[in-house]
Design a protein around this ligand. Sequence first.
Ligand SMILES: [Zn+2]
Length: 200
Amino acid sequence: MGIEGVNQRIADIQSRMIAMQTQQAATTATRSATSNASGASFASQLQSAVASTQGTAAAEKTYKLNGKGVPEELVAYGNGKIPDDALTKVGETGHKLWAPAAENLNRMIEDAKREGVKIGITDSYRPFEEQVDLARRKGLYSQGGLAAKPGTSEHGWGMATDLDLNAKALNWMRTHAKDYGFTENVPRESWHWAFRPKTA
Ligand SMILES: [Zn+2]
């Protein structure tokens, strides 16, 4: 999304705020006896409208992707060679992902938490050397193991995370993860969730 998109987004928020204020004024005029209650509800309405618009903005950002769905900016760095300043921390954990993936994951973890669902994280960005080490320890998929060929892992793009999910959390993920751009995409690995950025 370019600067026009951002400006458009701001204009949308402003017009929604004005619409709600107008609506609020009308409501207050017709229900003067409940002004305290409706004032509080206006504040929370406004808060949730702004929050959801911001959330949507992050989820709807688009990227130029290569044929395998990898953003060109990451392809330029190389799998497992993503520089630290292109990565963002997941909450207070030591885990990092490509910044847009981390931002969406952080938002998802917070939203789940508010609904009483705990999403833990066990793995994230995996530098090339760690992919080599993992393949040595766990074997390649192509040979019945659990590791991708080094240089091809979604973890090497900072676009996949391995999560610690109980049954309730897995169920929540299967319903809501798509709203944050995450998908369960490896058979028999219900812990592995990949971020799928939208293409321009
Ligand atoms: Zn994984």
